[in-house]
Design a protein around this ligand. Sequence first.
Ligand code: SF4
Length: 220
Amino acid sequence: MKSEAPALLVTETFYSLQGESSWAGHPCFFIRLAGCNLRCAYCDARYTYEEPGVSRPLAELLAEAAALPSSIPVEITGGEPLLQGNVYPLMNGLLEQGRTVLLETNGSLSLARVPAEVICVMDVKCPGSGMADHFDPANLGRLTPRDEIKFVLSNRADYEWARDFLRQSQPPFGGLIHFSPVIATLPPADLAAWIIADRLPIRLQLQLHTLLWPDRRRGC
Ligand code: SF4
């Protein structure tokens, strides 16, 4: 019996500028996989789990990426990309192309099988998301200093929670740390003032894509 070619459920692929992390502003090819195991209160990508996604062969996704200049990084995002087992051959195939590969993940699923060359941008979910209990704390020990972590903050209580989380983390995370406000509930200037007052060694992150394209709901 003929075995089926490996495939992934994909919400969309697109070429744009990176909107988050230290790669913000860099041209990037995005592969957004369908499905998410969380339901964050502020989610702006509900279509990744409210719509079924399209089954696309792994080879086709790799060929789409291969058509781009080798200097263009690829971000695998979601939803939660680690829900799909074929994300691992996808990451390995992109690395074999010699590409920088970014993985945006919500922090709830183990990073143990993610290839070391992949740059993880991992969320630590705060209480305002309603999903803080889903974080896998062992993931902090699986990151390296080239990875990055991100806290999305809805209010002052989230800020204090994230600040205390970092102060208590042992050993402290050695990579870049981003605090990103939910603009609808937390004015960025307030967050900036708190970071300065507390002398926190973190970066304030504003989502570049929502500044550039405030009315666009996907493909950015
Ligand atoms: S993890 Fe991301 S995609 Fe999933 S519900 Fe939360 S914000 Fe939305």
